[in-house]
Design a protein around this ligand. Structure first.
Ligand code: XMP
Length: 318
């Protein structure tokens, strides 16, 4: 059976042995996986770990600054890089889901490469890859299985970066990663955060991405997530988020006909993301959130709830 304490002790020893006095660069995403990987490495090699937290402009509302502050408070050697405009301009006009992922993966690597070149003599790249990422992305690494979705944080590193890769969580499932994080003393609120995809809100905006759509979705998502928290539902859900659909629907506001955006809400139960069931959120909650979204967020006049399980649906819509 898996014991977090033993894992931490063994992994810290292994990392010290492997990395010696080498410098390591790591991309923090704000999520549980990269955070746990960073704290683990920080235990092993301290200031030789250089963390970079990139704002791709597709994070949750206000997340870049608040998470950056949190990381600094944890004693991590971290630099925040705000590249939102660069990502959004590269994504302009792109609707295809896999193309979005590829662009984000490429731009992320470019930004990250620029940043890591500012640090002298980096030898290693650390990643918070976990086991489900590895198996869902086999074909990215040249394996036989068909790519379901290309996860940009696995395997796509160009040779010119010349960095060796270290992935201390590669054999762990999500719940094991959380337990490791807890035994490392990481804030339970941070550890309890829902998973969030690397490509961020880009794959929850169906169709092309514009700054206006990102803002609408950030506002809607914040209403939904804050609502889950204040109703005590957040921790009962494995992952939740809102999706901005590429259609308008007719509504009525006062005496006026409206023709505005449709939002889908998604909340799932899962243990590892490989399979998932939709959560039976209370009707009262759904009613309140739907009203709040439509009243507070301009440009949205309809909210629907996704009642599909994985398989055959996936958690994300793209
Ligand atoms: P799906 O949609 O495949 O999602 O059922 C399973 C889990 O993976 C997350 N996900 C991603 N994570 N890059 C990531 O880092 C991606 O491209 C990506 N696509 C999906 C998803 O949020 C869920 O937790």
């Amino acid at each position: 059976t898996f014991t977090p304490k033993a894992f931490v002790a063994d992994m810290v020893a292994e990392l010290k042995e492997t990395l010696q006095d080498d410098k390591v660069v790591l991309g923090l995403s704000g999520g549980v996986d990269s955070t746990v990987a960073a704290v683990l490495l920080n235990h092993a090699i301290g200031k030789n770990l250089y963390c970079i937290f990139v704002n791709n402009g597709l994070l949750r509302k206000n997340e870049f600054q608040s998470v950056l502050d949190q990381y600094k408070g944890m004693g991590l050697n971290v630099k925040g890089v705000d590249a939102g405009d660069r990502f959004l301009s590269e994504l302009a006009g792109v609707s295809d889901p896999e193309t979005k992922r590829k662009i984000i993966g490429r731009v992320f690597i470019e930004v990250f490469d620029d940043e890591s070149h500012l640090i002298q003599d980096v030898k290693w790249l650390a990643q918070g890859t976990i086991y489900p990422d590895v198996i869902e992305s086999v074909s990215v690494n040249g394996g036989p299985s068909a790519t379901i979705k290309s996860h940009h944080n696995v395997g796509g590193l160009p040779d010119y970066m010349n960095l060796k890769i270290v992935e201390p969580l590669r054999m762990l499932f999500k719940d094991e990663v959380r337990r490791v994080g807890a035994s490392l003393g990481i804030d339970p609120e941070l550890l309890g955060r829902h998973p969030f995809p690397g490509p961020g809100l880009s794959i929850r905006i169906l169709g092309d991405i514009t700054p206006e759509k990102v803002q609408i979705l950030q506002d809607v998502d914040a209403v939904f997530i804050d609502g889950l928290k204040s109703w005590g539902l957040y921790d009962k859900v494995w992952q939740a988020g809102a999706i901005l659909l590429p259609i308008n629907s007719v509504g009525v506001m006062g005496d006026e006909r409206t023709y505005e955006k449709v939002i889908a809400l998604r909340a799932v139960e899962s243990t590892d993301g490989m399979t998932a069931d939709w959560v039976h959120l209370p009707y009262d909650f759904l009613m309140k959130i739907s009203n709040d979204i439509i009243n507070k967020v301009k440009g949205v006049n309809r909210v629907v709830y996704d009642i599909s399980s994985k398989p055959p649906a996936t958690i994300e819509w793209e």
